[in-house]
Ligand binder design. Structure first.
Ligand code: NPG
Length: 370
């Protein structure tokens, strides 16, 4: 048992090495909330995966800040002495807001594990020390620019290339990459930019031996995803639609996907992420670890999760250098074989470097029990 004594919220901003364009917007900077939770015997970190705008999900930085400050943190203070299994129930009176909740769940877990000297990977049930990594390539300005980026990432060792797509340039881009690299693991991610009226696009994509088509339709369209899956050969993968183990089970039972992208931040934190993993594994559905341009803190959490046995496909767990010139932690580095190390120290096994943290801080607020 340990008790949360105080929470420091911090908004940070880090420039991205290259702008990241998806079908829902362009990111030039990573701006996110970090929570530092102080317990009786340690301090733990949680990184919130919301962005500046509610484009990927309805949660966004300023909303998450208020949800944490005014509702979730007070609930955690009121809960008193806690073990990890008590944290989600303590926050359950707040409906939804999984990304805001994940921030505190993960920070508490980090602090609790640091008190015990146990690594996050071991606590979650990891069975390997390195994970195979893929990379997500944003929508490029031209086919040539895309081919150059893909070539560079392959040269670095990445084991799977995921192309962001949007209506209009999809088939032509995939065809060009597949022609240049006939044997690579290749997938596409539509970020919900299509409807069932686009079925011909997906039939055309069937020709390119893709590992998967990720989240083609609206996040609430499970029945439509199932209808699309029946009409194409390529496996569908869901991301935005998977918000919990319950929604993963529903998607699988409906036949809406054959692969699941697990983002711990999107499903309410690492504990629910393990439940999503377990539900998929029980159903024989492969999973992989998604990414949301996390700093080295969130990336350490993702790497620990990706080391669980059901994570059989390379994830968007790319090296710090793919995102930032200088991360806030020591960088996570890709080996030439396309793998990265899972951290082994207590908790997340990484810390923000104080100088870097100060340099990128936009705002802080300290929260304490009344
Ligand atoms: O490597 O962290 C990464 C980015 C992987 O493509 C990626 N993430 O839709 O999955 C996504 C996308 C994303 C990025 C979503 C930022 C939301 C915010």
């Amino acid at each position: 048992m340990t008790r949360v004594r105080s929470i420091e919220l911090r908004l940070i901003g880090l420039p991205l090495v290259t702008p990241f364009r998806t079908s829902f917007g362009v990111e030039t900077d990573k701006v996110c909330i970090l929570a530092r939770v102080e317990t009786d015997g340690a301090a733990g970190w949680g990184e919130c995966v919301t962005g500046v705008d509610p484009g990927f999900s309805e949660e966004f930085n300023e909303g998450a800040w208020l949800a944490i400050r005014d509702h979730l943190a007070p609930a955690l203070f009121r809960a008193g002495d806690l073990e990890p299994e008590g944290v989600e129930p303590a926050l359950a009176a707040v409906r939804g807001n999984p990304m805001a909740k994940a921030t505190l769940v993960n920070a508490f877990l980090d602090a609790w594990l640091r008190e015990r000297g146990e690594s996050l990977a071991s606590f979650l049930g990891a069975d390997r020390e390195r994970v195979a990594c893929g990379v997500s390539v944003g929508i490029a300005p031209s086919v040539d620019a895309l081919l150059e980026q893909v070539g560079d990432y392959l040269a670095e060792g990445y084991r799977r290339i995921k192309l962001k797509i949007e209506p209009g340039t999809d088939v032509e881009r995939v065809e060009a990459v597949r022609a240049a690299y006939p044997d690579i693991l290749l997938s596409v991610d539509a970020n919900a930019a299509y409807s069932l009226a686009h079925v011909e696009v997906f039939r055309a994509l069937d020709a390119f031996d893709l590992l998967m088509v990720e989240q083609p339709l609206h996040h609430e369209d499970l029945v439509e995803h199932a209808a699309l899956q029946r009409q194409i050969r390529t496996d569908l993968c869901l991301d935005e639609s998977i918000r919990s183990a319950a929604s993963a089970r529903a998607a699988i039972e409906l036949g809406a996907c054959r692969i699941v992208n697990i983002k711990q931040g999107r499903v309410g934190g690492l504990l629910e992420a393990v439940r999503v993993h377990d539900a998929c594994r029980a159903a024989g559905v492969p999973v992989w670890c998604g990414g949301m341009l996390e700093t080295g803190l969130g990336r350490a959490a993702n790497l620990a999760l990706a080391a669980l046995p059901g994570f059989t496909l390379p994830g968007d767990t790319s090296a710090s250098a793919r995102y930032f010139t200088e991360d806030i932690t020591d960088p996570h580095v890709l080996a030439t074989d396309g793998t990265m190390a899972v951290t082994t120290g207590p908790g997340l096994g990484v810390e923000p470097r104080p100088d870097r943290l100060e340099a990128c801080t936009l705002r802080t607020e300290r929260l304490a029990p009344p």
